[in-house]
Write a protein that binds this ligand. Sequence first.
Ligand code: ZN
Ligand code: ZN
Length: 497
Amino acid sequence: MCSVDPDELTEMTRATEGLDISRGDVVCRKCGTSKAEVVLRVKDAYCRLCFLLYFVHKFRSTIGKSKQIHAGDRVLVATSGGASSTALLHLLREGLNENSHKRLRFEPTFLYVDESCVSSCPRMGPEYVQKICSEVNSLDFPIYVTSLQQVMVPKPHPPVLFTKEWKDINFPTTSGFEENLRKLLCSCRSTTAQEDLLEQLRREIIVHSAQTLGYQKVFLADNSSKLSIRILSQVAMGRGSQLSSQVNFKAFHHDIEVYRPMREILENEILYYVDLHGLTVLQAPTFEPKGTSITSCAKEFVLGLQKDFPATIPTVFRTGDKLVSTYPDCGKPSSTSLNGDPDSDFTVGISSNRCALCGSHLDTGQGEASALHATLVSQKLSCHSSSHILQHTETNDGTIVSHESYNMNGCATEKTSDSCDCDQSSGCCGGGKIGSTGNRKPEIIDKDVIERYLCYGCRIILREMEEVHHLPIKVQRAAAGLEQRRRMREQIQDFLL
Ligand SMILES: [Zn+2]
Ligand SMILES: [Zn+2]
């Protein structure tokens, strides 16, 4: 099937009328003999055999050409029961069963994260755990189960191995944390922030489960349609700097290697594969956003364009795939992990150059000549009352420079006054809280303090939140620990050589 253009980069031309194969008179464009059963890119018809060869080749070549997965590697495969996950499950089974030299030689174990606690019907959770895990077990793969609310627990319970006696096992009850998780999502005002936060928490629990179970490698079933939508939505959500780690075949999250072996395959190809094999796809209960979000708009835009212009997704995907991060250590494991040891105190070993919420490289130290700085200044200015600004304008006769200026912490500071000496490095307006010079109430963490240790994308989530104390305790502790370290460094700065 190497005659198929691997890049699929074609001119963005409008598709002609789709090929109709329902009458059974169209033959496969590859072998030229068999009856076509699948139509790709609007007019490319394939028979069942040629399509499956093409599909498996795409999957195998993605893993093979990377040369990252070796014989005997233990890989934790995150599954959701959806079409992409189901196809991945069966591709792995087929690959491991092969007798030829092409046989896959690594050892997959599966992980299912139960997200029913944030769905509209949490009672359906156990039923789907049973269905999805039984399907994985039926193909002779072990599968572990964990739940999304574990991300809220200070010391999460390790994932539990699913067995035939699953009904008799009581998964640790975390009802209080379920409620906390729901409150956390509800405290976000916009659907975009809710979805983005959920995505960060989901990734966190998968990576944490891999650490707990001793897996260094994780497989995710992201396909190219989903990744193309993610490329556009992530840029719009202020996560452009993290694009490479969200789209590339290999990325690091908290020192765990995350791979995307389905990334070359389009969603409609996966649906054909699932259909041809008669596989059952399940829609497990999860969070259902109310209203539109940046992701839903990006999805509508990309899929709508894809109908008329079949090169849309490949073009977006390949373009996004070429983007690389400017951070020198991006894509490599961090020297210090945010939560490398799952049992360790979260404040030990935390890295000051990583986001306390998502673990990405902090992209906020861009200096004054940056779009980020301009956005922040504009945001802070618009937060202040118009009368305040008017007074300022009259005093200075239209000029912006003078006694009064706005710093990055959002404080209107009179430089001539001693009442407030805040600046970017000393914290401000958090009197009596961590982050203020006084540090009188260390148990309360100020929103401004947490924000300081978040990447730009996570700052947007935080700003949408009404209550920051709903955040996972680990995130709050990480921010508090980093703040204490910063203040300590500041205090001894004069004594340092
Ligand atoms: Zn054929
Ligand atoms: Zn972040």
